[in-house]
Design a protein around this ligand. Sequence first.
Ligand SMILES: [Zn+2]
Length: 452
Amino acid sequence: MHTQTGFGSEPEADMTAAPGVTRRELLKFAGATLALLVSPVGMAATSLLAVRVWPAAEYTRVTIEGNSQLKFTHLLVTDPHRLVVDLEGVEFDSVLQSLPSKVLDSDPYIKLIRAGRNRPGVVRLVVELKSEINPQVFTLAPVGNYGHRLVLDLYPTTPVDPLLALIEKSSPMDAAAGQTGDAPTAADAPAQIARPTPADQASPPRRSTRPAANRLVTIVLDPGHGGEDPGAVGARGSFEKNVTLSIARRLKQKIDAEPNMRAVLTRDGDYFVPLGQRVTRARRVQSDLFVSIHADAFVRPDARGSSVFVLSESGASSSAARWLAQKENDADLIGGVNLAKQDGHLARTLLDLSQTATINDSLKLGKAVLNELGDINTLHKAHVEQAGFAVLKAPDIPSILVETAFISNPEEEQRLNDDAYQDKMANAILRGLRLYFRDNPPIGRTKIAQLD
Ligand SMILES: [Zn+2]
C-alpha cells in the first residue's frame, strides 16, 4: 500500500485500508478503471472549469466539469458511508477547493466533502454520506455551454418518488386503489359517479357515450428544465428553470384550492429530471392531464408572446415548432442522463399505442389554455402548434406544453419574474383547465389506459 501525502490529517482511512470494504466490492465499484490506479500519472492534463452540487430529496448530484475528459476511479466504502473519487491528471486548484463549501447542511445525502491532493497528479474527493447510497457515476460529452462532465448521482438505496409520496399523502385510498385496476376507487364516491355499464363499453366512441364522473382529477404540472439544465437564459440573466418552477408552484396552489382538482409537480426543487421520467411519473399517478411549463427564447430579442404546443404523430405543424421541440428535447443532453440506466420500456410502450385520441384531447386542452393566455399576453401563434416533444408522449394522458412568454425578450423577461404577472399566468392556465373539464368532463376511472 502506498503512503498518501498531502491529504490533511486523515490519510490512511480512505481507500488504502478502507474498513468494511471487501476486495469483491472494491472490484465491483471500481470496475475496469481500477487499472488506472496503478498506472503512472503525468502532469495535469485536465483543467477543471466548475464544480456544482444539486441537492434534492430524490437524489443529490455532484458535477465536476473539465476541459477534457476526466479520468477517475471511484469506490464506495462503509463505516462510515462515503464515496471516494480519485481524479487523475488534475491539480488541486481553486475550483476543487470551492467544492466543500458548496455542500448545504440541508443536503439529504451528503454530510460533507473533503478534497485534497492525494499523490502527484491525483486529487481525491471524499464524499461523506448521511446514509447508505446507491451511486451512479458517469461522464457526459460536451454539449451546449458545458465541457466534459463527470457526474456523481447519489440515490438513496430505497428510491424516493416525491410525486408518488405526495399523492399518497393527499389521497391514500385513491393511490392504493390505483393499483387494483377495476376495483372501486376512493374517487368513485358512491353518490358521485355512475360506473360505465357494459352497454356503454360496447358502443364506441366511448368518450361521448360514457357518463361523466364528478371525481377528483389529478393534474401533473411539469416545470421545465432544472439543475444542470437552466433552460433558456434571459438578457438580464434569469433562468427559465426558475421561472417555470415558480409559475408551476403558484398554479399548483390554485389547482389544489379547486374542488375536485389536485396538482402534483414533476419536480419541486432545482434538480434535473429526465424527460422520459416526467412522463413515467405522470402515468404512475394516473394523471388526468399533463401540463409542461416553459419560457421561450429566440435569437431576436423582439420575439414575444405566449404559445401552446401538443404532440404530433406525423411531423411538426411548422418548422419553428420542429425547431422548438428539438431544443426542448435537448434538455436530456444538457441536464445529463445516465444512458446506462435508461429504460427502453417506455419507448416500446409508446410505439405500440396510437395516440390519436389523446392528441385530440390535448388539442382541446391546448385551445382552451391558449384562449385564456390571449387575455393576459400577446399570442406568439394564434393556434395550437404540434411537434415531437418528448415530454408530451404519454400515450394516455392529454398533454400540453405552455411557452408562457419569451424570456429572451427583455420586457417579457421582466414580467416573467414579476410575482403579480406569474399569478396572472397561473390564473389563465387554471381557467383553461376549468373550461376543458367543463366541456370534457372526466370519465369514471377504469382501465382507461388499457382500453385505449
Ligand atoms: Zn424550455
